[in-house]
Write a protein that binds this ligand. Structure first.
Ligand SMILES: NC(=O)C1=CN([C@@H]2O[C@H](COP(=O)(O)OP(=O)(O)OC[C@H]3O[C@@H](n4cnc5c(N)ncnc54)[C@H](O)[C@@H]3O)[C@@H](O)[C@H]2O)C=CC1
Ligand SMILES: CC(=O)C(=O)O
Length: 326
């Protein structure tokens, strides 16, 4: 009986890469898991440490450490690289120069090695780096996906769940849209609880929780990463599990709807950038971009967020252009 071997690679085996690897092994998402890091000894140590744990997991995942070019045989590559020892103080954009330099290093190597699978990118600033991977890889846009506002949307659903009380976040549909950064915003016009529009749900339950301070809820979701960061110096388990979820959804052709950073070709009136919007995620990567009919205020926020991402993309592409005459 022949069986398709599910191959997942992770490049960047730091806090996030390790959390993603752990989720993949414990959820039996891949048959073969390849770890790659510029610190190859560290990647090998991590692979051996995972090998020690396999007997106690529900999987028989073979974990090995490889040079980045060898990830080309994978179905999915999860990207969690970042400039070594870089500490950020107030914005993910502080990582742009270092992350862009890494993209310009590893993507051409993987292209040359023939990678034809799907990239899922967590590296910050996520939307800009996702677009660079798209440009440098030459892959169709559906095969280059940023985690974008997926984690922020989970944070938003949890915040809503906490203020309305007693409803599981999984029964709430709500998205953070735009940049995985300070300009993201909640698409309140499309929040539903058990299928009921949020305005209606709130009005019917006013005796229980009054009127919700939406700005407060939204800001708490937008800022939650920093609250973790200032206490432990990084965030890893939310995004590590998110990366594993993306890999699982692709390999299982789940066609699940999630927020993600997707390259736009006219959707939401934009192109030449990647930005957080709801997508259908399946075997081919981005199967569909869901177009939310945003209200006027939300569309304004979307445009501002898109303008900011585009400014940094154009700046980064210009900086890496070959000087004229060479
Ligand atoms: N999108 C999201 O929601 C989130 C994104 N992140 C981002 O994920 C990235 C990783 O974060 P951490 O794991 O905490 O960082 P880390 O510093 O712990 O790990 C980064 C790893 O990348 C490796 N690396 C550096 N250059 C490389 C290269 N050229 N080739 C291969 N490996 C290379 C380093 O050796 C290191 O092991 C950061 O950009 C971070 O901001 C983190 C949390 C949430
Ligand atoms: C670090 C980061 O991007 C986050 O936790 O949202």
């Amino acid at each position: 009986m022949s069986k398709t071997i599910r191959k997942v690679g992770i490049v960047g085996i730091g806090n996030v890469g390790k959390a993603a690897a752990s989720a993949i092994v414990h959820e039996n998402i891949a048959d073969e898991l390849y770890l790659s890091d510029i610190d190859s000894e560290r990647a090998l140590g991590e692979a051996w440490d995972f090998a020690d744990s396999i007997e106690l997991t529900p999987s028989r995942t073979r974990v090995s450490a490889v040079p980045v070019e060898e990830l080309a045989a994978c179905d999915v590559i999860l990207v969690s690289v970042t400039e070594r020892k870089k500490v950020i103080s107030s914005s993910r954009l502080e990582l742009l120069k270092g992350s862009a330099a890494i993209a310009y290093d590893i993507v051409p190597k993987l292209k040359k090695a023939g990678f034809q699978g799907i990239y899922v990118i967590a590296t910050n600033p996520c939307d800009i780096i996702t677009y660079l991977f798209y440009k440098l890889s030459g892959l169709p846009r559906k095969q280059v996906i940023g985690t974008g506002t997926a984690l922020d949307s989970m944070r938003l659903r949890r915040q809503i769940s906490e203020v309305i009380g007693s409803i599981d976040p999984r029964s709430i549909s709500a998205y953070m849209i735009g940049e995985h950064g300070d300009s993201q915003f909640a698409a309140w016009s499309h929040v539903t609880v058990g299928g009921k529009p949020f305005d209606e749900y709130e009005a019917e339950n006013a005796d229980r929780f009054g009127t919700i301070d939406r700005d407060n809820v939204e800001e708490a979701a937008r800022h939650f990463g920093w609250e973790i960061h200032k206490r432990k110096g990084n965030t890893q388990f939310g995004i590590g599990n998110q990366l594993a979820f993306f890999a699982k959804s692709i390999l299982n052709d789940a066609r699940v709807i999630t927020a993600a950073s997707a390259v736009q070709e006219g959707e939401y009136g934009r192109d030449g950038l990647s930005i957080g919007v709801p997508i259908v995620l399946g075997r081919n990567g981005i199967e569909e971009i869901i177009h939310l009919n945003l209200n006027e205020k939300e569309q304004k926020s979307f445009n501002a967020s898109a303008d900011l991402i585009k400014k940094y993309i154009d700046q980064t592409l210009a900086e890496h252009e070959e000087p004229a005459g060479r």
